[in-house]
Design a protein around this ligand. Sequence first.
Ligand code: FAD
Ligand code: EPU
Length: 337
Amino acid sequence: MNIREGVSLRQYNTFGIAAKAKFFAEISALADAREICSHKQFVKTDKLILGGGSNILFTKDFDGIVIKNNFKGIEVVAENSDNIFVKSGAGENWHNFVLHCIENNYAGVENLSLIPGNVGASPMQNIGAYGVEIKDVFHELEAFEIATAEQVKFSAADCNFGYRESVFKNKHRNKFIITSVTFRLNRIPKFNISYGAIEQELEKMGVKELSISSVSKAVCNIRSSKLPDPKQIGNAGSFFKNPVISQELYENIKKEFANVVAYPSGNEVKLAAGWLIEQCGWKGYRKNDCGVHMNQALVLVNYGNASGDEIFNLSQEVMDSVNKKFGVTLEREVNIV
Ligand code: FAD
Ligand code: EPU
């Protein structure tokens, strides 16, 4: 295996931040993971697992070893009358995996079309979009435990999924290398088009009979019209989570801001962070090469040569102003390194 030194991470993160990794290795088999983790030089070295780099902000050089996960392969591992269990290597591109499912008529992930990144990171924050989260189709995953060099299986319950949350984002952060994920997909689609914009888009497309491929196409169209393409402007999608607040705080905010955008979330209320940020006047803001996207205030952007620090500092200013105006604390969704 080739372990490189002093590698620029610019092409490995969608923010396009020019941080460097002291060491960098690409792994595609368990033997590679074992080799690095038992290597005398790296046993005590900090390790960072990287997929497509689409949910990460490097605020400094990484003084350890970046392990880019390239485990490949998609296969059906079990079937029954209702479900197909499809196992994917962690290094498969997420959208290619979705397209593979659609081509084979495996339903369940079509609403998650066009999310950047790799399959291995999908459980990390329980990726979600347009009314579906991966917890809805997750069966199990396999992960390599760095400390013991053992392969461990995690069920959905073990992952403790929440809104943009899992054990891998918290107590197991950087302790396991997720090597594969198995999804429980449906033979017969259960369409979820309750997210308003999907229905409108299907109508616009002239779709008469629903199919997983038309739902996927509708989601792709909506996403492309709203979210900046990282190939053109550096970004990592929503920089913050949508905050979930108490009913009481919501009522107070509503008294002053009658048009606050909110959704029920159990006994609590989820606010649209993009709306809160826009109300604070940030939408379209730019300072040097970092800014707040002009169509989606929840997305911070790098127009070229912004540093991770500049983006981080801007995120803090945004958080402070939202807190001052609404008394709501935003939480970063993006993983800060
Ligand atoms: P990376 O950025 O490489 O890593 C993310 C985190 O996971 C890091 O902490 C990393 O250490 C860890 N990690 C990665 N791979 C592994 C592994 N194999 N084992 C253990 N840990 C690992 N997210 C959504 O949920 N919904 C969206 O709609 C959405 N839209 C987006 C739109 C755009 C334009 C962009 C740029 C991002 C969007 N995201 C969205 C965020 C991002 O695409 C997802 O979080 C995605 O799952 C990240 O995958 P990745 O492979 O790029 O992860
Ligand atoms: N809004 C504004 N101004 C803005 C942006 C949004 O007022 O600048 C308001 C609008 O009222 C809009 C509402 O916020 O109707 C919701 O906006 P949008 O539909 O764009 O979704 P979001 O809540 O901003 C979330 C996810 C996205 C996911 C979409 C679709 C989070 C943090 N973000 O965004 O996920 O794709 O819904 O399901 O939950 C990501 O996690 O990186 C991501 C892109």
